[in-house]
Design a protein around this ligand. Structure first.
Ligand code: ADP
Length: 479
């Protein structure tokens, strides 16, 4: 077990009452013990962030660059250790955990660079003798609320741009993954952030998170999580007239056309639907397949699923780790049962697996003969469960792909330039992939979706600036 981890408030590590997190690959393994903040500590964190804002927002780019670069370097140097901790507390494989940690380092590195590229515009006014400057300023105290499925990358892609653009932060990570959150805050703190600039408040969403939503001193909230909580963030933010940004669910379609390269299509489906145990908002949960390739595709996918190694996340051979916890495992099983009740065929997997240690192991499940109207095709499952929906042709595939309350990512596997181009233009999603899995994105380009998936400006890359800054237009009459 690791040491007792405290919250960081106004530059001090504080807190006593602890909560524990367990390893989903081995429920007897307690990962660590963590302070659990209450409403009062959330208030102290917000006050500290507010007090630290004037100085930090006026700090020069070099001060911000130094902290972000130092953090990037330490995360990269410790990628194996941090990646292992991540896999231990969340259940994704060691390779996925290390990969995600490297991604976090790359994000800090990118935003270190951004601090030196901040710019504005100077334009002539329509009135002679008047000049106009358009600049971007920090927003203020930013509340950052994150989910459990990317314990280090999602905090990184919110914290890094918030700091780069001069904001101060109250960070509330998901209860299931405090170790990764604590590590990233510890690294930034030691990298030299002034007190109060970054505050960590681990604790319950309904307590600490809600206290952030209710505070008039939180000027912006960046949230990733469920649709239900996202709506609460939105309602509370409108009440306070604050900026907010939401990343929520997905029910992402992967279209496979008759002319697809079968091996590419099966690779995309296997990766997109089941890697990271299907616990990605970008997962391909609807495989929309045209008649001519349908049976070959299903047979080839089942063959590959049969070979997947499901086991302890920390075992180097493992390709699919356990589900994150008992609640999520039950949700996955419930949706498989719902799909079957509604008329789909459970063509592969779906049963719990026993391994050397007690854990939340589930054999990835494939539902075939599914329709797009089934609840299992409309609601986000967030597990290693995919549905195959049979369609006649491209036009029907596109219509089914777009017939969803969500719109995060979409994909198409085809060798037809005509269909690929048409799909890119007409898919109602924020991110479109051609001959690639729907999951797996770059860190230097915009991330986000449409409809019920996202709200507000895009995250990541230069586009992150839209959320973490506010525009000022200044007029000067110089005679
Ligand atoms: P998930 O199903 O991914 O856990 P949630 O929306 O429940 O999604 O959780 C995402 C984040 O939102 C977590 O950090 C959680 O603690 C937080 N959260 C949950 N309830 C609230 C709330 N009422 N106010 C603010 N944050 C909350």
């Amino acid at each position: 077990m690791t040491a007792f981890r405290k919250n960081l408030i106004d530059g001090e590590w504080v807190g006593d009452a602890g909560s524990r997190n367990i390893n989903p690959s081995d429920t007897g393994d307690v990962v660590g013990e963590y302070a659990s903040a209450g409403v009062e500590q959330a208030g102290q964190a917000i006050a500290a962030a507010k007090a630290a804002f004037p100085a930090w927002s006026r700090s020069g780019p070099l001060a911000r660059h130094a902290v972000l670069k130092k953090a990037a370097d330490e995360i990269m140097a410790r990628k194996d250790e941090l990646g292992r901790n991540l896999a231990r507390e969340e259940g994704k494989t060691l390779a996925e955990g290390i990969g995600e940690t490297i991604r976090a380092a790359q994000i800090f590195d990118f935003f270190a660079g951004e601090t030196l590229r901040l710019s504005g515009e100077v334009v002539p006014s329509v009135r002679p003798g008047v000049g106009v400057e358009i600049t971007r300023e920090a927003v203020g105290v930013v509340g950052i609320i994150t989910p459990w499925n990317f314990p280090i990358a999602i905090p990184a892609w919110k914290i890094a741009p918030a700091l780069a653009h001069g904001n101060t932060i109250v960070f509330k990570p998901a209860e299931l993954v405090p170790e990764s959150a604590w590590s990233i805050v510890d690294i930034l703190h030691r990298a030299g952030l002034p007190k109060g600039v970054l505050n960590l408040v681990m604790g319950k969403g309904s307590v600490v998170g809600q206290a952030m939503l209710d505070s008039p001193d939180v000027n912006a909230i960046s949230f990733t999580g469920s649709v239900g909580t996202g709506k609460r963030v939105a309602a509370a933010s409108v009440e306070h007239m604050r900026k907010f940004q939401l990343e929520m669910g997905g029910k992402n379609p992967l279209v496979v056309l008759d002319d697809a390269d079968l091996a590419v299509a099966v690779d995309c489906a296997l990766n997109g639907a089941f890697f990271s145990t299907g616990q990605r908002c970008t997962a391909s949960s609807r495989l929309i397949v045209t008649e001519g390739i349908h049976d070959r595709f299903v047979d080839a996918l089942k063959e590959r699923m049969e070979k997947l190694v499901i086991g302890d996340a920390l075992d180097a051979q493992t390709q699919i780790g356990p589900v994150v916890d008992a609640t999520q495992l039950k949700q996955d099983e419930d949706y498989i049962a719902i799909g079957v009740r509604e008329g789909a065929t459970l063509a592969f997997g779906g049963e719990r697996l026993d391994r050397k240690t007690p854990g939340f192991y589930l054999k990835p499940a494939l539902l075939t003969e599914a329709t797009n109207a089934m609840r299992s095709s409309r609601e986000e499952i967030f597990g290693p469960v995919a549905s195959v929906i049979r369609v006649q042709d491209y036009d029907e595939a596109l219509a089914v792909a777009n017939d969803t309350p969500f719109g995060l990512t979409s994909g198409i596997c085809t060798t037809s330039l005509k269909h690929a181009t048409h799909f890119k233009r007409n898919s109602e999603a924020g991110m479109v992939m051609v001959n690639l899995p729907t999951a797996g994105v770059d860190f230097h380009v915009p991330f986000g979706g449409r409809k019920g998936s996202s709200f507000g400006p895009r995250e990541q890359g230069r586009y992150a600036m839209e959320f973490y800054t506010t525009v000022k237009t200044a007029y000067t009459f110089a005679g």
